[in-house]
Design a binder for this molecule. Structure first.
Ligand SMILES: [Fe+2]
Length: 290
């Protein structure tokens, strides 16, 4: 049994959110929902999340899962908001504990933030099975971009997070704390071992060459044509390319707010005495010297 998949594009961050559902039972999962954020004002917004919620409501879908492919560094997660509105279990790969420990240090977070994954409802291990109605989902650990990265396979639909992008977009960067190009190479080999016709849904698309944005491809198309990593690309060649390229990339616009919210499963930091929630900015820690 294969799920119905509806994509939602968040243009400001180039992020794809997916709603997948089991046509038989009308149970649904949301993958990587986005919280809107304006850096200049510090305002968060829920218009993207509301689109997803409207789709669930109009389709008479019962939300079972809110799945994160990893702690994103380029957009904030609306997992907590979606859960408050529609229910569901918020889950992420168990590697989130490493990511939380790393960023607790980088952001100088206090005792209040415990890096043991308790902010999420479920931490998923490699190979774990999760049910979406009559469709069985499998968690495939795909570290490399981050420690906690996982892909989700439901029937013939594979949600790859930041591993590979569309074939002309290549692969995800591996230079964040905990990232590792050789590890990403091995993760992608696991995905490439899946059946050729597996539908692949990517987490981002930046529309290279000005083509329309796209979200869906296949394992066969990735193996044959991914511009960074084809079926026969040797590991050392990929790792050298990835490292050289990562050394030229800018820090993502929203890494500072995103990580602080996403390691809390999409919740804002606890309100302080004036009833306001604050983010922290570590000076001269993230990125390259100016
Ligand atoms: Fe990412």
């Amino acid at each position: 049994m294969n799920p119905l998949v509806t994509p939602f594009f968040h243009a400001p961050t180039g992020t794809w959110t997916y709603v997948l559902s089991d046509p038989a039972t009308r149970e649904a999962a949301v993958i990587d929902p986005v919280l809107d954020y304006d850096w200049r004002s510090g305002r968060t917004g829920v218009s993207s999340a509301e689109q997803v919620l409207r789709h669930l409501e109009e389709g008479g879908l019962q939300l079972r899962w809110i799945l994160e492919t990893h702690a994103h560094a380029d957009h904030l997660s609306s997992a907590a908001y979606v859960k408050a509105r529609a229910g569901g279990t918020v889950a992420i790969g168990s590697g989130i504990r490493d990511v939380q420990a790393t960023f607790k240090r980088i952001f100088g977070l206090g005792e209040e933030f415990v890096p043991d994954g308790r902010q999420f409802d479920r931490l998923l291990e490699d190979g774990e099975r999760i049910a979406l109605g009559d469709i069985e989902g499998e968690v495939i650990a795909t570290p490399g971009h981050t420690n906690d990265s996982v892909s989700y396979l439901f029937g013939d639909a594979l949600f790859v997070g930041d591993t590979v992008f569309m074939p002309d977009g290549g692969t995800a960067r591996c230079d964040f704390p905990g990232g590792d190009a050789a590890e990403l190479y091995r993760s992608v080999q696991r995905l490439y071992a899946l059946p050729a016709g597996t539908r692949v849904f990517v987490c981002h698309d930046y529309a290279p060459g000005g083509r329309p944005v796209a979200c869906e491809t296949t394992i066969a198309a990735q193996r044959a044509g991914n511009v960074h990593l084809k079926a026969g690309t040797p590991e050392h060649e990929y790792v050298a390319m990835r490292r050289a390229r990562d050394a030229t990339l800018d820090v993502p616009n929203l890494i500072i707010p995103s990580v602080q919210v996403n390691i809390r499963a999409g919740q804002l930091p606890p309100k302080e005495s004036g009833g306001v929630s604050y983010l922290r900015v570590p000076l001269n820690v993230i990125g390259r010297p100016l």
